[in-house]
Write a protein that binds this ligand. Structure first.
Ligand code: 5AD
Ligand code: SF4
Length: 446
């Protein structure tokens, strides 16, 4: 590649999960630290980071078409870095197929992006898909300038090896970030304006570490201590695996006011045979029992989940069992996907791959049931008064959008600022959001 000038502006485009959003923010912070400015909305950037997702369908093809479309007004291409899980899985191939890309950096190596950028400016292409466990976090700059809600990665990687899933290969083995680093980062986030922190991990409930007293604590212990951070009003966490939900976490939902009444606990399928073939380690019965425990600890807890339809070998009758789980749980919201074979995963070569039309039909039926339940959950919330954290302005003057404790989007009118915590009565429910009527501003005494 030809040497070029140091970029003045950057854009980070993150796809996929919340962990990628977090990583994207951290890469942006590193570039800002280097004196590179975010490109204004609608304007081209000198450096573009494509922070990719590999979890489902055609991720790699999308990266190539995105690269093809990147072009500056003078006909030249910006400097391009490919980051995220596609970079991890297909780094070499990207370098070979896309000469316009000068940097390929995996999810555990992005702290080296500035060094790679120095080389790229000299015309050198570089790939870094190493997986050093914890080095990345130590090398990142301090958090600053954050909105009212923030992500905090506490755990990365996954040892579960569900047979359909690429994550254990792209994100590597489970690692927990140290307790003290997390408390420090949470404090910084709050100082920078965050009122709500969502603790992130591919298998977040597997987080474990030593607290400041040298005791080994799990996620519940961490949440308990983060709840002591002055100025932090709300704590959430995602995503959990049923195998790692312990009694302390269940109890925490009944005891810690700042821990929001919301649980995202994917079941994936409603047939024990399919769950076994997925290597999920829970049964439908053990999953439902677990949810009962959470509901006992926190009766108003909103439940969320993930589902895959059309896993290899799934019969019509087995799919019907998934619908039965949906009926039994009454999810407040959920995500559902058609099975997508991921290269290198065991399920990709299993017998009984399901035809696309069958998957389409199953997904449609599942989503109809989930939408019905989401709307019902919202309708049942009407009449409740709850706190809403103001996250952004609405379309009309004086209109605002925030989230209820149950993670519902709530619209309301009044004279606020982003980051205010207000008390509203939920007065009208739609399928995806609710209208609220202002009751009072809540002074933050957290
Ligand atoms: N095909 C379809 N959905 C998948 N997921 C993970 N891997 C696949 C796949 N190969 C879904 C699971 C997981 C969510 C993040 O993505 O439901 O919980
Ligand atoms: Fe993938 Fe989640 Fe299973 Fe881990 S627990 S392998 S991230 S689906």
């Amino acid at each position: 590649m030809k040497p070029t000038t140091t970029p003045r502006t950057y854009r980070v485009k993150s796809f996929g999960c919340q962990m990628n959003v977090y990583d994207g923010e951290r890469m942006a912070e590193m570039l800002a630290e280097r004196g590179i400015a975010p490109a204004p909305e609608g304007e081209e950037a000198d450096l573009v980071v494509l922070n990719t997702c590999h979890i489902r369908e055609k991720a790699a093809e999308k990266v190539y078409s995105d690269i093809g479309r990147l072009q500056k007004a003078d006909g030249t291409k910006p400097l391009i870095a490919v980051a995220g899980c596609v970079a991890q899985a297909e780094g070499e191939e990207i370098m070979a197929r896309a000469p316009a890309v000068s940097m390929v950096v995996g999810p555990q190596a992005y702290h080296r992006l500035p060094e790679m950028l120095d080389k790229a400016v000299q015309g050198e292409r570089a790939t870094d898909t190493d997986m050093p466990a914890i080095a990345k976090f130590a090398a990142l700059p301090e958090r600053k300038k954050i909105g009212p809600t923030a992500f905090l990665t506490v755990q990365e990687g996954c040892d579960k090896f569900c047979t359909y899933c690429v994550v254990p290969y792209t994100r590597g083995a489970e690692i927990s970030r140290p307790y003290s680093d997390l408390v420090t980062e949470a404090r910084k986030l709050v100082e920078a304006g965050a009122k709500e922190i969502t603790l992130l991990g591919q298998n977040v409930s597997a987080w474990g570490g030593e607290n400041d007293k040298g005791q080994h604590v799990g996620l519940a212990g961490l949440i308990r201590d983060l709840a002591e951070v002055d100025g932090l009003a709300r704590i959430r966490y995602t995503t959990s695996h049923p195998a790692d939900m312990d009694d302390a976490l269940i109890a925490a939902h009944g005891e810690i006011d700042k821990l929001m009444p919301f649980l995202h606990l994917p079941v994936q399928a409603g047939s024990d045979r399919v769950l076994k073939a997925m290597n999920r380690s829970h049964t439908v019965e053990s999953y439902l029992k677990l949810l009962e425990h959470f509901r006992t600890a926190r009766p108003d807890i909103a439940l969320s989940g993930d589902f895959i339809v059309g896993f290899p070998g799934e019969t019509d009758a087995e799919f019907e069992e998934t619908l039965k789980v949906v009926d039994a749980v009454g999810y407040a919201q959920a995500f559902s996907f058609k099975y997508s074979p991921r290269p290198g995963t065991p399920a990709a070569t299993m017998d009984g791959q399901i035809a696309k039309e069958v998957m389409d039909e199953r997904l449609q039926r599942l989503q109809a049931a989930l939408n019905r339940d989401q709307h019902a959950f919202n309708a049942a919330s009407v009449g409740k008064t709850c706190q809403v954290l103001v996250e952004r302005k609405g379309k009309h003057p004086g209109q605002w959008l925030g989230k209820s404790p149950w993670l519902q989007s709530v619209w309301f009118e009044g004279d606020f600022a982003i980051g205010d915590l207000v008390e509203v009565e939920l007065v009208e429910a739609g399928p995806n959001s609710l209208a609220g009527a202002l009751r009072q501003m809540v002074a933050l005494t957290v």
